[in-house]
Design a protein around this ligand. Structure first.
Ligand SMILES: [Zn+2]
Length: 313
């Protein structure tokens, strides 16, 4: 089943939807939220948090999947609302966010989106920059106990970005991803998203496929449950392979990266969640990154192994 609107996914996980993102809440005795959306969504998110958690409840943790602008932009406002909030993330995400120049660039991207929505940032730039940081690092395989028998484990899933991770919630067997599982737009709209490395993306997908996942949450586009999950992961892997194969064939025929990006762009943008407005330049950058990653000669681990077997036989 594909669940798009705000509501429960599993017993201890529910999702809040804003204009461009889906925000997953994990409820134990403590409450965690995966990622924080864009700055422009801050009022909608605050409103939904109050509706679902009640006025009294507090948000204890943000679990960051990676340091892209549309995942970190809500942190400063959530810290204002919930002063004891702790932001958790991987060592690589922490490393990116420790550099003020990187965070300033994330601020500018959020500002463009806010201006498009006719909103201001509601906070001065320095305060915003110093707020977007990791308070506690979680390594690959580390888990956080939320109480009430709910545990969340970090799983390194590089490929969309180098620092991309997913969070596996037990006992629900719910996996909340950054773009490690690409994104789903309904029916056959299965989109791969390997911006830093095709090999890493497919290796991460194989890692996720080895888990028994009952619900899979996307940062943009809600969640899928049940039998759809393994089917989706299989078609996503095929889609990644197909995209890369098509790009490599064109490169082999002498086309240059820029030409390929230009020709793929209209269809790519038509498939995206918001084909117009402030996200267009980010979408073009992510397409260009995927085309460049397709050109790299590096095969996923599973294929390397099977090649070795063929040579030996
Ligand atoms: Zn991203």
């Amino acid at each position: 089943m594909w669940i798009k609107c705000s509501g429960g996914i599993t017993e201890s996980v529910f999702q809040l939807t804003s204009a461009v993102s889906t925000h997953f809440m994990i409820l134990g005795d403590a409450i965690a939220m995966v990622d924080s959306g864009i700055s422009a969504s801050r009022e909608r998110i605050a409103q939904e948090l109050k509706t679902y958690l009640g006025d009294e409840a507090s948000l204890d943790y943000i679990l960051l999947t990676h340091a892209h602008f549309d995942h970190v932009g809500g942190i400063p406002y959530l810290r204002e609302l919930y002063p004891d909030l702790e932001v958790l993330g991987s060592p690589l995400t922490a490393e990116i966010l420790v550099d003020d120049d990187n965070v300033a660039a994330l601020y500018e991207q959020n500002k463009v989106c806010a201006e498009a929505a006719k909103l201001d940032m509601g906070m001065d730039k320095e305060a915003w920059i110093s707020s977007v940081r990791i308070d506690r690092i979680m390594g690959d395989g580390d888990a956080i106990d939320l109480g009430d028998d709910v545990e969340v484990k970090l799983i390194a899933t590089p490929g969309h970005s180098e620092d991309c991770v997913a969070y596996f919630v037990q006992p629900d067997a719910a996996l909340v991803c950054g773009e490690a599982a690409g994104w789903f737009g309904g029916r056959d709209k299965v989109c791969a998203s390997f911006e830093s490395s095709y090999k890493d993306f497919v290796d991460s997908l194989d890692r996720l496929s080895s888990l028994e996942i009952k619900a899979l949450g996307f940062p943009h586009g809600g969640a899928i449950t049940g039998e759809m999950v393994p089917k989706y992961l299989t078609s996503l892997r095929q889609e990644a392979e197909h995209f890369r194969g098509a790009v490599r064939e064109r490169i082999a025929h002498g086309e240059i990266i820029e030409e390929i990006v230009t020709s793929l762009l209209p269809e790519w943008q038509a498939q995206n969640i918001s084909p117009e407005g402030p996200f267009v330049s980010a979408q073009e950058a992510s397409l260009a990154a995927m085309v460049r990653a397709s050109a790299v000669n590096e095969e996923p681990a599973a294929e390397e192994e099977s090649e070795v077997v063929e040579e030996a036989s």
